[in-house]
Design a protein around this ligand. Sequence first.
Ligand code: ADP
Ligand code: ZN
Ligand code: ZN
Length: 732
Amino acid sequence: MSAPILRIAIPSPLRRLFDYLPPPQMSAPAIPGQRYLLPFGRSTTVGILVDVASESALAMEKLRPALRQLDAEPVFDPALLGLLRWCSDYYHHPPGEVFAAALPVLLRQDRPATVNGILRWQASEAGRQQELATLARAPKQQALLRQLQQHGPLDASQLNQALDGWRAPMKRLLELGLVLEESSPCLPAYSGPRDRPPALNPAQQAAVDAILASQGEYAALLLEGVTGSGKTEVYLHGIAALLTAGRQVLVLVPEIGLTPQLFQRFAERFDCPIALLHSGLNDQERLCAWSMARSGEAGIVIGTRSAIFTPLPRLGLIIVDEEHDASFKQQEGFRYSGRDLAVVRARRENLPVVLGSATPSLESLANQQCERYQWLQLPERAGGASAPALRLLDVRSQRMDEGLSAPLQSAMRHHLSQGGQVLLFLNRRGFAPTLLCHECGWVSHCQRCDAHLTYYARSTRMRCHHCGSEQRVPAQCPDCGSPDLRPLGQGTERLEQALQRDFAEFGIVRIDRDSTRRKGAMDGILEGIHDNQHRILVGTQMLAKGHHFPNVSLVGIIDADQGLFSQDFRASERMAQLIVQVAGRAGRAERPGEVLIQTHAPDHPLLRRLVEQDYRAFAEAALAERHEAAMPPYSHLALLRAEAVALHQPMDFLQEVAGLARALGIPGVHILGPVPALMERRAGRYRAQLLFQAEQRAPLHQLLQQLMSQLETLKSARKTRWSLDVDPVELY
Ligand code: ADP
Ligand code: ZN
Ligand code: ZN
């Protein structure tokens, strides 16, 4: 019998598997999901065995043997392997890149897949006393010991960043007794107090019952309830039952900011190891958490979108919290939706999946309306507090003082005098979106993008929010030399400064990506808010996420119009979600909240529905609009983006692709474009896009399937950087 052929996924832009012969020695039979070390071109790479075949399309003598089998136990079980293959097909993305994205970074290298703890090293007593000068003749040891003397225990990832080739000197320092090695457990330990679960209200009980009734079979459940209605408590009860039944639970959350709080709440409730997987981990910690999930030791895994690829041998339930959040979508490389894959994985593995939100995405609402998803509703706030009242402030022809209307200012004074806190939401950071010459009309433009430079008053700099380039504010207009340069428009920094004039005594704090960049800054800000030192909170959408501000009694939405008049068909959905989410931060406890929304379009039908009725009513009207326009969820989209340094290349390339696509003649798919991107130039590259739209998925995927294989061979494809985005969330 001839040797089996190993069909392997290798990180490469090619949309296919690669055939290899088995390595000279195999410690275990070839099982799909194992990693192999492979010769690839002139170097080596790590690939995943996807299939074992009996023959290859290539001639036998062309096949090279793998160098080594890296795992006896597959790193991906058959279910996960199937999901990844499905992803590669559905997103039309190269399988090797899909598999690589699903693996912790360290396992894309020649390293063992099992870890028992995180090794850390620190200077011993003798090592701390050691004069560094005595090691002058061993400079590597000297540098390493200096690191360890200056910084506490360090792990391998930290040492990799600090020093090259530290392992040999470490060995020597260990022998000399100058360094201590310790192994700490993989998962964060919690030894604080445990809480007791509250008795559920009837709506919560019904939700938990529905989840548990679906154990062991596929079901998608949309859990809808305003902030504070007790969704998390429903998750916790569901999880408790699953853990008792010996199953694991996967909880997906939007952003790293949310994980610590959620972890605390889970840790207080459950006496089982909890693995956290988010972008704040270093490679070693990530591998550790991943392997605890894979071994089954971790009962609960909480993670951001990529955690959907975690191996979980006893998985019994998936929860997606804040399912509407755009951060579940990966926006570069392998562009998957963690939320959508949660549903796919649940279906493939026969489990229930719970999608929770106060403001469900229109996609999920449409799925619920056609009964693909069960609807679980939590109508009231669990603690009995009433929902905040939304009110529109018509600011047309009102005198605005730095973006604040008189009615908003007097409402602020009223709430502050009653002891409440005020939250002002403005989704634009910086001082002003642009700088304008009052003399000649010059405006600050980014040299590399078709975009304005945002003006930052405090640092007197201008920064591009699209490519990150930065420059000093000129003293005079570069065109006419006038010194009369004025900030145009308003950002959070400007609002904060304006408030300092009349409201300084109340303590003003700004919360945006600029003010929270420094590690630990957010914690400091949150503390100041909870201690009532800051009574006016100014911020961007960061305010809408996760944090609870129990003393906030007034929310002001500075500018609702941004979301109403945008090119992006999802803009109004996002604005409504933001308003409701921000509003949900207020009036949490016994204080009833008030929400004032400044707008120039008080008659806008969607806005009125939101304010006079609720998010559901808004969503129904917005869905009707989508239906009319044949936009998702009533159609399916795929967007092919291209960019290049030369102006014409992306358009030329996409013209050619559009021609090929039309020639395929697949009915039911509209081919729209190509057109230059809304911001045509970004970071020095010209960008264009081609949109595919279809009412049914099948013809769309049939077209993409055929098109992608042709694309790889196009000459013009090599001159442009291109990517396909299936189910894009952003069209521009
Ligand atoms: P959500 O996740 O929808 O924002 P939570 O589950 O966090 O809501 O609940 C909001 C608050 O109400 C929390 O402090 C929680 O402990 C409390 N809570 C939730 N359910 C109950 C209940 N059945 N009885 C008493 N308190 C509850
Ligand atoms: Zn000028
Ligand atoms: Zn730029």
